[in-house]
Design a protein around this ligand. Structure first.
Ligand SMILES: Cc1cc2nc3c(=O)[nH]c(=O)nc-3n(C[C@H](O)[C@H](O)[C@H](O)COP(=O)(O)O)c2cc1C
Length: 210
C-alpha cells in the first residue's frame, strides 16, 4: 500500500471519536501510546463491553477452544490506587536479590497510573496457548480503546502480586484461570508523544527457482 494511503494525518494527532474524528486500524497502531495519567471519570460500561467484544475477535488456534480466557474488570480509581500500592509493596518484598526491580522504589511510579478501570485477561490453566491468546486479545483491546478515544497502559508491574492465589480470589478471578495480561483503561489526561519505532529491518526470502 502506498505510504500516502496509510496515514492521512500525523500519527500522534489527538482524536475525538465523539467529534466524528475516526481512526482507522493503521492510524490506531501508529497513534496509540501508553497513558500514565487519567481523568477521574469512569469509562461507560457499554463502551467497555464493546471494546472487550472487539478484543476477543483476536485469532486463536482451534486447540484453544472458544474461551481460553476469563476477563476480569476492576472498577474504581481509589480501589485501584490501593491495589497498586499493595502490588508495589509485594513486588518490593519479592524482587530477585541479584536483579532488583528499580521501579519498586522509583518516586512517582504508580502501578495503575490513576486509571479508573483495569482489565485482566486471565489464561485458562492447562492450555499452553492461553497466555498467548490473552496477549493477542490484549493488543486488540489497546488498539480498540485508542480508536474509541480512551487511553490505556499495558502493565507488567502488578503481575507478581496477581500471581498470588489469595489475590486472585479477592479480585474474583474464576477458578482454573490465572492473570496473564493487565491493562489500565480510562480517559487520558496527558498526550505523550512517546517513542514511535522506526521501520523494522526486513529480510526478504530469496526467490525460489522452483
Ligand atoms: C508486557 C508489558 C508490560 C508493561 N509494563 C508496564 C508497567 O508495568 N508500567 C508502565 O508504565 N508501562 C508498562 N508497559 C508499557 C511500556 O513501557 C510501553 O509500551 C513502552 O514504553 C512503549 O511506549 P508506547 O506504549 O507509548 O509505545 C508495559 C508494556 C508491555 C507490553
Amino acid at each position: 500500500m502506498a505510504p500516502n494511503l496509510l496515514l492521512k494525518r500525523t500519527p500522534h494527532t489527538r482524536h475525538d471519536p465523539r467529534a466524528g474524528n475516526i481512526v482507522d486500524a493503521i492510524e490506531a497502531m501508529h497513534g496509540r501510546r501508553s497513558i500514565r495519567a487519567y481523568e477521574s471519570r469512569q469509562v461507560p460500561r457499554k463502551l467497555l463491553d464493546d471494546l472487550l467484544w472487539a478484543a476477543v475477535q483476536a485469532p486463536i488456534p482451534p486447540a484453544s477452544g472458544n474461551e481460553p480466557w476469563a476477563i476480569v474488570i476492576v472498577q474504581g480509581r481509589e480501589r485501584l490506587e490501593e491495589y497498586g500500592a499493595r502490588a508495589r509493596q509485594y513486588a518490593f518484598e519479592h524482587q530477585p536479590v541479584d536483579r532488583p526491580w528499580e521501579w519498586t522504589t522509583r518516586p512517582g511510579f504508580k502501578v495503575f497510573w490513576g486509571a479508573p478501570s483495569l482489565v485482566l485477561f486471565c489464561a485458562r490453566i492447562g492450555n499452553p496457548e492461553a497466555p498467548l491468546d490473552c496477549v493477542r486479545a490484549g493488543q486488540n483491546l489497546v488498539l480498540a480503546a485508542h480508536a474509541r478515544g480512551l487511553g490505556s497502559c499495558w502493565v507488567g508491574a502488578p503481575m507478581p502480586w496477581l500471581s498470588e492465589p489469595m489475590i486472585q480470589r479477592e479480585l474474583g478471578v474464576p477458578e482454573g484461570f490465572v492473570p496473564a495480561a493487565a491493562i489500565t483503561l480510562g480517559y487520558a489526561a496527558e498526550q505523550p508523544s512517546g517513542n514511535p519505532k522506526p521501520r523494522p529491518s526486513v529480510y526478504w526470502a530469496p526467490s525460489s527457482n522452483a
